[in-house]
Design a binder for this molecule. Structure first.
Ligand SMILES: *[C@@H]1O[C@H](CO)[C@@H](O)[C@H](O)[C@H]1NC(C)=O
Ligand SMILES: *[C@@H]1O[C@H](CO)[C@@H](O)[C@H](O)[C@H]1NC(C)=O
Ligand SMILES: *[C@@H]1O[C@H](CO)[C@@H](O)[C@H](O)[C@H]1NC(C)=O
Length: 361
């Protein structure tokens, strides 16, 4: 009996060695995420771009994440993409520029190319000097694909990239750090509608490119009410939201949704979803108390009475209860607000993993 068991074990061992030995036939079945985005999804890329003016490298960024040190996220805790991925049961991808990123990590956890300041258009946020635009992020992704092909072979790599989940979440900067700032040529070349058409045409082309590179399951996150971020309110003097800016968000979202729906119907095997966060975000801003918040118009992190402070710094003071503020700094929501928004998107698109599985930081 013992001899028999031993024999079986040896046979299994030999079989495993044989399977692992033939790289081309080995199954890389793990589903990972590839994330393309801006500061709302950045998990550290910009901290490695030493010349970038958009970095979350100083306290109090990250105060409610892990050990509370800055980690490159432009919020106190988790991003919307973190929370959505968690709810889907997918591993959190590391930043592309993380020096410890290697092919094993990519096969197990995917990659995030998201970069603060990044836009759908190349020219967006040029004032930040360094950032990855969407086309740059896709270029980096193509490099990742070459690396994985060399590691596991063409066939296995094709399967791996087709099984992965893709997140694309950009667009705010194309307005806030381009069209709406008169220093950018786009602001005087276009009007709201022609500019939006230009951004949407570029998005359409880049989503098609991702499909040609193997992306089959993709979620695009639409824009929130950009006119209600604290910075935009500050500029109105009355403190109200900039309705004209909100109209641009709505116009962009309607057109982007059409693009996603069309691609989903026409590209082979594509499930391309539009994650609409506008209504829930607007409701959270209009009626914060319904969701357990007390403030939806000022940043939690700011320097005493000085406004606007473009970034949260160690000199800033924090609001008393971070879980009661919708906004963390002049641009970005808090962890708690991101949770409300992410949960609404997950519910709307039916993305949650059938079992449970929500966990914090
Ligand atoms: C945008 O930049 C990429 C390089 O990152 C370049 O390949 C592409 O042609 C540019 N697109 C336009 C429209 O200029
Ligand atoms: C679509 O899916 C089918 C079935 O899995 C597969 O045979 C086919 O190659 C796929 N086509 C593309 C373009 O991915
Ligand atoms: C999932 O639910 C089960 C029972 O409902 C519970 O025992 C388990 O701890 C939950 N897991 C997570 C990750 O929440």
């Amino acid at each position: 009996m013992d001899q028999f068991n031993k024999g079986v074990k040896v046979a299994i061992f030999i079989l495993m060695v044989a399977t692992i030995g033939s790289e081309e036939r080995r199954c890389y079945c793990k589903v990972v995420q590839f994330i393309f985005g801006d500061s709302l999804s950045d998990v550290g890329n910009n901290n490695y771009l030493s010349k970038s003016l958009a970095r979350a490298a100083l306290p109090w960024y990250g105060i409610d994440f892990g050990r509370g040190m800055p980690n490159g996220r432009f919020t106190n805790g988790r991003t919307i993409a973190d929370i959505v991925g968690d709810r889907m049961g997918l591993p959190r991808p590391p930043a592309f520029l993380d020096p410890s990123l290697d092919d094993e990590t990519i096969l197990n956890s995917g990659v995030s190319y998201a970069s603060g300041g990044g836009g759908i258009l190349n020219e967006t946020s040029s004032l930040f000097i360094q950032r990855f635009s969407l086309s740059k992020q896709i270029e980096l992704f193509q490099g990742t694909q070459e690396m994985i092909k060399m590691k596991i072979g063409e066939t296995a790599a094709t399967n791996f990239f087709q099984q992965a989940h893709y997140v694309v979440a950009l667009g705010s900067n194309d307005y806030i750090n381009n069209f709406l700032l008169p220093v950018y040529a786009d602001s005087w070349t276009y009007n709201g509608e022609t500019f939006t058409n230009y951004v949407i045409a570029s998005l359409d082309g880049q989503l098609r490119l991702l499909h040609s590179l193997g992306a089959r399951k993709l979620t695009f996150f639409g824009l929130g009410p950009m006119g209600c971020i604290p910075l935009q309110r500050f500029l109105t003097l009355s403190g109200e939201c900039q309705e004209s800016t909100n109209k641009l968000s709505i116009m962009f979202n309607n057109k982007a949704k059409n693009v996603l729906d069309t691609l989903s119907k026409t590209l082979p095997n594509a499930t391309y979803l539009f994650g609409d966060a506008y209504d829930i975000f607007q409701d959270l801003i209009n009626r914060p108390e319904i969701y357990g918040f007390s403030n939806s118009n000022e940043p939690c992190c700011r320097v005493a009475k000085i406004r606007p402070t473009l970034t949260c710094t160690p000199l800033s003071s924090l609001c008393k209860d971070r879980s009661k503020y919708v906004f963390w700094d002049e641009y970005h929501p808090t962890d708690k607000a991101n949770e409300v928004i992410a949960n609404a998107v997950v519910a709307k698109l039916g993305l949650a993993k059938p079992s449970n599985g929500t966990h914090n930081s």
